[in-house]
Design a binder for this molecule. Structure first.
Ligand code: FDA
Length: 392
């Protein structure tokens, strides 16, 4: 039996940041990781270059049933703080777009940085370690680990959400939260591609691999970025973003030519170039395969001069306000994050301590705080881990 001040469950972004901060305060810290390697998601993130933060992080970039919860931690640990750490370790980075910061090299550099920081403050990390049971003591907790059981005063749950089960995502954090009396907002896949019914899918197949700059809308929420037609349905940044707001049975609206009034464009073109074929007119604005697709979807084609105003309006509507209903999503298998999770109304936004069980903390993705695509989810992991690390 070994006694620790702090045991952290999960060696991901949030858990490691919390370990570093607690270690800096002289706490004896153990991080328990169930898989063979630490920080698996950092390794694969950002296409292998880790979009480690977003310069423009703002509470508005996060979804939660309790939208104010994230404000305090995000204020106390900002993107500039994490950038300073990255620079201190000599890691080169660049802004790709929209404030998104990526490593110039591999995401492994971020993991190495976190490991070096952990080593500097004597944090112990045990991989391939399975928790058989957790018992609440009068003061603190006992964790049954098979061989060397451990006790701790503070127990931090940092085991992430349910996305990508083959990487070790288990939903264990929700189980623990329930065990200790916390409510769970139903966890659902987010930042995830949409799938479509067979008939719709057949049509999309002709477009597989085509990417279009579009605006995707769901109610009052809208994202203007690329969308990608795939063999399974729709993906790309704008689609992933809107998926976090979508519920089964709901429609989304695509504008394939954002900022361009297609009705006015086609009407003017009909006057100036009446002999122009519709698919060629559309191909001046859209990728050619999409232009052909729109013609076949609306069953309108031929020279602009021969097309009625009504037909042109129908084509324009199909481009500016194309309403479709996804059949579902690709699910946790490919979702970048989980929306929902431990209800933050039972957690302190200052310390991340449970308001039900003193000494129990929840940080990172396991909580009902979900960032937009673009480095926001890591910033939440760093900020929540940092906040808890100051008090555990
Ligand atoms: P995280 O999931 O990182 O860590 C939890 C850890 O706990 C894991 O190591 C897991 O194995 C472990 N664990 C689970 N159950 C356990 C148990 N019972 N006992 C012990 N350990 C257990 N975000 C971003 O901002 N920029 C990006 O570029 C990307 N890119 C990206 C790509 C892909 C493919 C995915 C899937 C996700 C992203 N993300 C992202 C999201 C980001 O990875 C995610 O939000 C953070 O990793 C969440 O950090 P946490 O530490 O909370 O959980």
């Amino acid at each position: 039996m070994t006694d620790f001040d702090v045991v952290i469950i999960g060696a991901g972004a949030a858990g490691l940041m919390c370990a570093i901060e607690a270690g800096k305060r002289g706490r004896k810290v153990l991080v328990i990781e169930s898989t063979d390697t630490i920080a698996g998601k950092i390794r694969i993130s950002g296409g292998g270059r880790c979009n480690f933060t977003n310069r423009d992080t703002n509470p508005k970039n996060f979804l939660s049933q309790n939208p104010h919860f994230c404000i305090s931690a995000l204020r106390r640990y900002t993107p500039a703080d994490f950038i300073a750490l990255v620079e201190q370790h000599g890691i080169a980075y660049h802004e790709k777009k929209l404030g998104q910061l990526f490593c110039d090299g591999k995401s492994l550099q971020i993991i190495d940085m976190l490991v070096r920081e952990c080593e500097a403050v004597n944090v112990e990390i045990r991989t391939a370690t399975h928790i058989e049971d957790i018992q609440k003591l009068d003061v603190g907790f006992k964790l049954y680990l098979g061989r060397d059981d451990v006790t701790c005063t503070a127990l931090v749950v940092a085991c992430g959400g349910k996305s990508i089960p083959k990487m070790g995502a288990t939903g264990f954090g929700y189980q623990m939260a329930r065990q200790f009396g916390h409510d769970i907002i139903p966890p659902e896949p987010a930042l995830v591609p949409f799938t479509f019914q067979n008939e719709q899918l057949e049509k999309f197949k002709s477009l597989a691999g085509v990417s279009v700059e579009a605006e995707v809308r769901h109610g009052k929420t809208r994202f203007a970025e690329a969308i990608l037609f795939t063999h399974r349905g729709l993906s790309g940044p704008a689609i992933l973003q809107i998926s976090s707001y979508w519920q089964p049975g709901e429609d989304i609206t695509l504008d394939l030519a954002p900022g361009q009034d297609m009705a006015a464009y086609l009407t003017d073109l009909k006057k100036s170039q009446p002999k122009l074929e519709l698919h060629n007119a559309l191909a001046q604005v859209l990728p050619r395969r999409v232009a052909q697709f729109i013609c076949s979807e609306t069953m309108v084609n031929g020279r602009l001069a021969d097309l009625s105003h009504q037909k042109l309006l129908a084509v324009a509507a199909h481009i500016n306000t194309w309403t479709i209903r996804p059949n579902g999503t690709e699910g946790f298998r490919t979702a970048e994050v989980t929306r929902g999770g431990v209800d933050t109304r039972g957690i302190s936004s200052k310390s991340f301590e449970s308001e039900i069980i003193p000494g129990l903390y929840f940080i990172g993705e396991v909580l009902d705080v979900t960032g937009h695509l673009g480095g926001y989810n890591f910033q939440w992991a760093w900020a929540s881990g940092h906040a808890a690390g100051q008090v555990v």
